[in-house]
Design a protein around this ligand. Structure first.
Ligand code: ADP
Length: 190
């Protein structure tokens, strides 16, 4: 069982790197944002509950998010491990995740934090907004998501650093350069 968490601000390129890491390790990449967007597109109950929060750049309430992650981690394809992208986003969620992994007889092995400075992140999100037309990719909502990231998710990095699980990755440069940096860390720990 390999359990990995990917942290980084919105626009850091987590989704792209997540699928590459997952492929290399043979585990599913589980993106809470992606699951919410699929649920919204399909008009499910979870999608309806998440929409207003996501559109404003706020976190979906823990009652919805934690239950959804718990169900996803129990799926057969996650039995050999998983890569989480977008969860945990708060220290409270990190505590819930610790209990969930303990119940599965596992523990978090590694946390990767992709670091990109704020101007670069905003530039990337604006570009993505042109390409994907995501409802939460307008500039005021993006700025808000970044603020929420600093306030709520950066403490998650500290939480894992205190457990010696955190590895910081420079997220600037090309997608391949960032992947190489991440794979070098995975090789070192293998
Ligand atoms: P980004 O990394 O660009 O912010 P995501 O796809 O990871 O995009 O997340 C989009 C939105 O989904 C978030 O702004 C939030 O509303 C919701 N979301 C995703 N993960 C969580 C989570 N762990 N807790 C609460 N809300 C979440």
């Amino acid at each position: 069982m390999t359990a990995i968490i990917l942290l980084g601000p919105p626009g850091a390129g987590k989704g792209t790197q997540a699928s590459r890491i997952a492929e290399r390790l043979g585990v599913p990449a589980i993106s809470t944002g992606e699951i919410f967007r699929t649920n919204m597109a399909e008009g499910t109950e979870i999608g309806k509950q998440a929409k207003a929060f996501m559109d404003r750049g706020e976190f979906v309430p823990d009652s919805v998010t934690n239950a959804m992650v718990k169900a996803r981690l129990a799926a057969p394809d996650a039995a050999g491990g998983f890569l989480l992208d977008g969860y945990p986003r708060t220290v409270a969620q990190a505590h819930v995740l610790r209990d969930m992994t303990m119940d599965l007889g596992a523990a978090i092995d590694l946390v990767l934090e992709i670091q990109v400075d704020e101007d670069e992140v905003v530039a990337r999100m604006l570009k993505r907004a042109e390409e994907l037309h995501r409802a939460d990719d307008t500039e005021p909502v993006m700025r808000h998501r970044l603020e929420v990231y600093h306030r709520q998710t950066e403490p998650v990095a500290t939480y894992y650093a205190d457990q010696d699980l955190l590895h910081v990755v420079d997220g600037t440069g090309t997608v391949d350069e960032v992947t190489d940096r991440i794979f070098a860390i995975l090789d070192r720990l293998a």
